[in-house]
Design a binder for this molecule. Structure first.
Ligand code: NAP
Length: 438
């Protein structure tokens, strides 16, 4: 019995051992696998997380770049971080530097272009080849190519001077001559008609975007041509009003020391204030003309022009037409300067005030004395010789010119009245003295 019990116990233990030997390794194996699976899972999770973080970082970077760009575009909103503010400032600095470089390059190109232009002498057209037109053409021909046109046939005179003549005031043919400057030298009384016949050709050229010549008048009155030119010419035409205070008699031995009055009236569509900037004449100051170059601009305080509304325009304005227009005016003025003229920048209004009491009174006296039939005598004084000279020079000019001085200078009638009254006063003084002269 005891043996049977012992056998049962032995069998049970053996079974237990067997069970344990089978179960424990699998439990262990399960444990190991589950431990390894537990250790593996967190590791793969971390990797994907960092990948996500990286992506998110990238995305943040992208966003911040986008934001930066947006800030650049918007010019910043003032609420950004200090690093993005400094990046905006840095970018702005870069852009400014590039802008300055481009500006320097543009100035250099313009300078080169003007130098090329300057090497080509001006082609000057003259409308009106009468007494004064011929006088100026002769001198201009020394400085450039001259093309003239007039009502009458002056072919032979023009040929003798070496200038091209376009007969019969044929404006179309005249304008085909590639003119840089057109000087209008017709009589004062025919000036408006001449400009109104010229204007449609110039307007048509403007519409075809052709380069327009500088228009200059030389009339002995100034407000009248200024108003006419501004009224009729297309805005693409630059305008300069001039009055050479001399003519074929006083200038027959050269122009040295003779006055040229000028007003730069319109450049690149801007009507300039005639009393300011480059048009201002200071009697006490130097009369040396302010010179202009594309790089240095005016050499003194006239580095600006002022329009009639009071706005200042710097000659550095980004307008090629403005710079070229200025340069062309300077080149034209430099002809007079090279001939020795005294250059007088003056407004047209001021010119007419001065001229009524200087030029018009001279012509008036010459005409009055001319009607006296004066002639030289064997005992002429120097004073009388001057009177005869005055009669000679004033009556050599056409009566059209004298009439133009009277009609188109608003101050002329005042001068006549004062002269009449002065004549009466002088005669009264003589009579009064005679009464007391016993
Ligand atoms: P002017 O008698 O004033 O003008 C003569 C010129 O005008 C001629 O060329 C003439 O052409 C032209 N003309 C006259 N009537 C015309 C018309 N209906 N249509 C077209 N053209 C016409 O004498 P000027 O001395 O020669 O003076 C010319 C201009 O220069 C004037 O504006 C004058 O004020 C000015 N200016 C003269 C002097 C001077 O000392 N003489 C000085 C400074 C300024 P045709 O010959 O073909 O007919």
């Amino acid at each position: 019995m005891t043996l049977i019990k012992l056998h049962r116990v032995f069998v049970s233990i053996t079974l237990l051992v067997l069970i344990l030997c089978t179960v424990i390794p699998s439990v262990f194996a399960w444990k190991t696998s589950s431990v390894s699976s537990v250790t593996t899972t967190p590791s793969s999770s971390t990797s994907s997380q960092s990948q996500t973080q990286l992506m998110s970082l990238n995305s943040n970077n992208n966003n911040s770049e986008t934001n930066n760009n947006k800030e650049d575009d918007d010019g910043g909103d003032g609420g950004t971080s200090s690093s993005s503010v400094s990046s905006v400032v840095g970018r702005l600095e870069q852009l400014k530097q590039r802008e300055a470089e481009l500006s320097r390059l543009l100035t250099a190109i313009r300078q080169d272009k003007l130098e090329v232009l300057r090497k080509r002498p001006l082609t000057i057209g003259i409308v009106g080849f009468g007494r004064f037109g011929q006088f100026i053409a002769r001198t201009f021909a020394k400085h450039g190519r001259v093309v003239v046109t007039s009502r009458s046939d002056y072919t032979d005179i023009a040929q003798g001077m070496g200038v091209t003549y376009v007969p019969g005031l044929d404006i179309g043919q005249f304008l085909n001559e590639n003119l840089d400057v057109i000087v209008i030298a017709v009589s004062i009384v025919s000036f408006e008609d001449t400009v109104t016949s010229l204007a449609p050709y110039l307007t048509a050229r403007s519409q075809q975007q052709q380069c327009q010549p500088l228009i200059v008048d030389v009339l002995s009155v100034k407000e009248h041509p200024r108003n006419i030119l501004l009224q009729y010419l297309p805005k693409e035409c630059d305008i300069m009003c001039t009055h050479p205070m001399f003519g074929p008699d006083s200038g027959k031995n050269g122009w040295h020391g003779l006055n040229l009055v000028y007003e730069r009236t319109r450049i690149d569509g801007i009507v300039l204030d005639p009393t300011k900037g480059c048009n201002h004449y200071s009697p006490s100051g130097s009369t040396k003309r302010k010179t202009y170059s594309a790089s240095s601009s005016y050499s003194d305080d006239s580095s600006f022009v002022v329009d009639v509304e009071g706005s200042s325009h710097s000659i550095h304005e980004q307008s090629e037409a403005h710079i070229e227009g200025m340069d062309r005016m300077e080149r034209f003025l430099s002809i007079w300067e090279e001939e020795g003229c005294r250059m007088v920048p003056l407004s047209c209004v001021e010119h007419d005030e001065y001229a009524a009491n200087s030029q018009f009174i001279t012509h008036l006296m010459g005409r009055i004395l001319g009607t006296q039939g004066l002639s030289p005598t064997p005992i002429d004084t120097k004073g009388f010789e001057s009177v005869l000279k005055l009669v000679g020079t004033t009556t050599a000019d056409s009566f059209d010119l004298f009439y133009g001085l009277y009609k188109y200078n608003p101050n002329s009638m005042d001068t006549i009245k004062k002269l009449r009254s002065a004549m009466d006063d002088v005669v009264e003084n003589l009579k009064a003295m005679e009464k007391t002269d016993k």
